[in-house]
Design a protein around this ligand. Structure first.
Ligand SMILES: Cc1ncc(C[n+]2csc(CCOP(=O)(O)OP(=O)(O)O)c2C)c(N)n1
Length: 669
């Protein structure tokens, strides 16, 4: 292997060598511990260390890296505490994830390392978000994301590279091509000759290098970093390497031809560099032995601290508390000062529509938070599919009101990346139905990141939802229940203009990921009075819409309007109506009070019956309010079918068509 030291001094070469050697020696120790059953699982990076080490050393310490499962060298080159790393791998409370995450699935804000999730691909777009933050702040910085050769087949790889190219983001995408994705050879993974050929298709530059040569990696990434900053562009680097051990230790290497091991052992990154340093007389054999012995002692010492760590004592309250990030002090002061629980009739102003409330909340939030970015398809000059952001580009500029390519997953990932750099964002789904394309980012990345390693996901996803407009199965769904099952998310669903404004402002102020459902059929069909100044409606608080004596209806969204309409048509019955407003977390206190009011409960929603949020509320009422009930809890929901297109079929589908029947049944008890 040919090494070119260029301007590097002897001390710098030794520094690189030490960084390269440490992860190798840690791993060798880990393999022993694994055989002794003292750690559970290990993904080996032996043979690939030059990539993680060379690229990390080429970056500034405050530039974000999105490493994967074979990148121990990233963590050690950022000088993370070794005993804490060991505790992390043992699942100890004092590791980097309080024992909540395994192997390399953790991050550290202090070290600018973003924790991967198991799913391969989603981390790439987070690098886009970080780079966008740098671009908006005009900082001379890059972000760096890794992918394996297998990971390049994921749609997320395509989406992330495409966004970075279209938005001119300074991101280094680095592929570690080690020949296999678990047992799948690259011949069954892609058809282009080299993976770097893909760069051209995205309109970016790329280079293919020897990933086992630490100086080549270091020098290339240094140069690429300067290119990305100077030209404000992304870059693709393909590092050729080889995985010397199994995918993970238990899975073996039977499927790999022996000749490949023989070939690549000659290219070992640590041994080759060591030989080069000896030949160049940068180090003597004795000095190398001394360095190795020093590391050996260091590893043993740190390991002993980890072994001495206290055993885990689960604390349920702490576990539950750490699912959500707390509001910052400034925000919560602001929120309290501007909290309006009930609509205040404003007589000197005309009533405004539901859609105007959303626009107003967005506009006032954009004015308040100068680091808030809006992203979505056609939301800039066009104003969005429903014209909610019309005129925003003129007021806030295209940098903060961003049209996106069609790639929901990468846009949500970008939003999370922005949040790593303390930006807020609101992502508009053109229709709530299309959230399926970004589902993984929401339920696995956004929802879990705070619990896993304490990083908030300060993102709101706007979800134009619901049917009743003859739009068929893919523009009419109610999919809120998909998300109410996911710890870490908040789900809000206003039914009035007042709540639409207050809940959206609260969602944007909240540092947690919030799904904000806005019913399309309410946009222009209902109006109401609400304060002109910014205010919050507290997330997690239901509201009694009307007092009644005969039957309690617990509902939200369109169901609230169906109930009010029904009440108008049936003055002979007195309905007590509770609007949940927030579906996660639920307001159990308000539910209990509402149950107590009449003893007869009907839960009404537009969503389909089976597994809807109504099922959860019914179960809770049955379990906790049994003695308050005079009849079984009933649910009125839409049919368990997709939403049909034909207007008559759709009417028949909707819960409203069975409301009278349900109320009569309950009344008869
Ligand atoms: C989305 C997704 N599908 C499947 C897996 C299971 N899996 C874990 S690692 C792996 C192979 C990855 O290969 P590659 O991207 O080349 O990285 P390498 O392990 O070789 O470093 C697979 C299939 C996963 N983690 N994520």
């Amino acid at each position: 292997m040919n090494f070119f030291r260029k301007e590097l001094s002897n001390d710098e070469l030794i520094y690189i060598y030490r960084n390269l050697l440490l992860p190798r020696m840690i791993e060798e120790k880990m393999l022993v511990l694994l055989r002794q059953g003292r750690i559970s699982k290990w993904f080996s990076g032996i043979g690939q260390e030059a990539i993680a080490v060379g690229s990390t050393l080429a970056l500034q310490k405050n530039e974000w890296i999105m490493p994967l499962h074979r990148n121990l060298g990233v963590f050690t080159s950022r000088q993370m505490s070794l005993q804490k790393l060991f505790m992390q791998w043992q699942g100890n409370k004092d590791g980097y994830s309080k024992g909540r995450e395994r192997s390399f699935h953790f991050g550290s804000k202090a070290h600018h390392i973003c924790g991967m999730i198991s799913h391969l691909g989603p981390q790439l777009a987070l690098a886009d978000g970080v780079a966008l933050a740098h671009q908006l702040r005009k900082e001379q910085k890059v972000s760096l994301a890794y992918s394996g050769d297998g990971g390049t087949s994921e749609g997320d790889f395509h989406e992330a590279l495409n966004i970075a190219a279209v938005w001119d983001l300074p991101v280094i995408f680095l592929i570690e091509n080690n020949g296999y994705g678990l047992s799948t050879p690259v011949s069954e993974q892609y058809r282009c000759q080299n993976l770097v050929d893909k760069a051209r298709g995205y309109g970016m530059e790329g280079v293919r290098i020897n990933g086992n040569n630490v100086l080549e990696v270091y020098d290339t990434i240094k140069g690429v970093r300067e290119y990305c900053i100077r030209n404000r562009k992304p870059y693709l680097v393909e590092c050729m390497t080889f995985r010397m051990r199994g995918h993970e230790e238990a899975s073996g290497t039977k499927y790999v031809p022996q000749e490949l091991f023989k070939k690549w052992v000659q290219q070992d990154p640590v041994r080759s560099f060591e030989q080069y340093l000896l030949a160049e007389k940068v180090l003597t054999q004795t000095e190398i032995t001394n360095i190795r012995n020093g590391f050996k002692d260091y590893i043993e010492e740190e390991l002993q601290h980890a072994f001495d760590a206290q055993p885990m004592i689960p604390d349920t309250a702490e576990e539950l508390r750490d699912v959500y990030a707390k509001q910052s002090v400034i925000h919560s002061q602001w929120s309290l000062a501007n909290r309006v629980d009930e609509p205040e009739p404003v007589t000197d102003e005309p009533a405004k529509r539901f859609i105007d409330a959303i626009t107003e909340a967005l506009k006032q939030s954009m004015e308040k938070h100068t680091h808030l970015v809006l992203m979505g398809q056609d939301i800039a000059e066009y104003g969005g599919a429903f014209k909610i952001t019309e005129g925003f580009v003129e007021q806030f500029g295209k940098e903060r009101v961003r049209n996106t390519p069609l790639c929901e997953s990468a846009v949500i990932g970008t939003a999370l990346g922005l949040s790593l750099e303390a930006f807020k964002s609101v992502v508009e789904m053109q229709f709530a139905d299309f959230v399926t394309m970004g589902f993984n980012q929401i339920v696995n990345n956004l929802a879990k990141i705070y619990y896993r390693w304490g990083q908030p996901a300060d993102v709101v996803i706007r979800m134009p939802t619901g049917g009743g407009v003859g739009a068929g199965p893919f523009h009419s769904q109610s999919n809120e229940a998909w998300f109410t099952h996911v710890p870490g998310l908040k789900v809000v669903y206003p039914s009035s203009p007042h709540d639409a404004k207050g809940l959206l402002i609260a969602a944007i102020n909240d540092p947690n990921p919030v799904l904000y459902f806005e019913h399309k059929a309410l946009y222009r069909s209902i109006s109401g009075h609400f304060p002109g100044q910014p205010y919050e409606v507290e997330i997690g608080k239901a509201r009694v819409v009307q007092q009644g004596e005969d039957i309690t209806v617990i509902s939200y969204g369109m169901g609230v309007h169906w109930t009010l309409h029904y009440q108008q048509q049936h003055p002979e019955i007195s309905l007590h109506l509770l609007d949940l407003r927030t579906l996660l977390p639920l307001d159990y206190e308000a539910i209990r009070k509402a149950v107590k009011q009449t003893g007869k409960v009907l839960i009404l929603h537009e969503d389909t019956l089976t597994g809807g949020i109504g099922a959860e509320v019914a179960a809770w009422v049955g379990e906790h309010c049994y003695e308050l009930l005079d009849a079984p809890v009933m649910r009125c929901a839409s049919l368990d079918t997709p939403v049909p297109f034909n207007t008559e079929l759709e009417k028949n589908f909707m819960a409203e068509s069975r409301l009278d029947e349900c109320i009569k049944k309950l009344e008869a008890y």
